[in-house]
Design a protein around this ligand. Sequence first.
Ligand code: IPM
Ligand code: MG
Length: 350
Amino acid sequence: MNLNLALLKGDGIGPEIVDSAIAVLDKICAKYNHTVKYNEYLAGGCAIDATGIPLPEETLKGCLESDSVLLGAVGGPKWDTLPGHLRPEKALLGVRKALGLYANIRPATLYPALSERCPLRSAKAFDIVIIRELTGGIYFGKSGREDAGEMGEAAFDTEYYTVKEIERIGRVGFETAIKRNKKLTSIDKANVLESSRLWRETMHKLAAEYPDVDYSDMLVDNAAMQLIRDPGQFDVIVTSNMFGDILSDEASQLTGSIGMLPSASLGEGTRGMYEPIHGSAPDIAGKGVANPLATILSVAMMLRYSFNLEAEAKEIENAVETALNNGHLTRDIGGELGTAAITEEILKLI
Ligand code: IPM
Ligand code: MG
């Protein structure tokens, strides 16, 4: 198979972790006789520095012409004072929207080898998949500033969802649940928000089409608590853009480190964008100590979801698990290995 990939290495530790992940991808492709072509484009802070804008036309075009996109991370203190529409994060939001990647799959797995790293006393192992709606909700609703009279300046962002948007992400939730343990929790704030009430109504209609799935609703504040109380009660979670953003960071910490969580962003076709859920970690950028496992695991998700290469995906996931079992750990998960050394260990296992 020929894989034609767009690489958006981005800022901070982005280039280091993407280089590590493509070393792993190269090895897998060599082993299974695939060819892979990389085209690098600027996105985020590096694009702002070079062109003045976070998401140049050429980058978007490159992504649209590729089979799939691998992204490192964007952002950093250098660009923090820019106005909203010029911030590095706009690159990420722009690619997600332009490619129609409405479904963000974020698995949060506590590996047995890392159970000591989980901040919960009682957690042993858990395996949750968070399905986050990615191109709607408050991140894309109407926003702005206005004069609120004697209250001074005001700002607003709008949580806005159509039934179609809820249905399509809901289906991803149910279909994912069917392939796993047939258990789905939809998280909303239906006791307060009208958009959440529409979300819940729509989910209930879908639930009727999936009688085999053990479906339940949960309010987001309760969900934040339940994740800490007993993460093992969850299997597949489906939720809105903002709630998914917050809860996936929370879940990541339960796995020992945010440096472990990969993600896939998918739309209607096979083209997706794959990225770690963590940020650009400017404090450790360039030091060679970043944990590349989330990006390496994102490559496994790419092989599975965009190219239907299950054996290749599994081999990468197994290599990561074996490396952890053998005590090969980066600093964030209690070891001493740097980016290059952990990458070497993974390469040896393929
Ligand atoms: C994430 C990140 C992004 C998001 C930011 C950087 C725009 O936090 O992928 O979770 O909120 O989606
Ligand atoms: Mg986030």
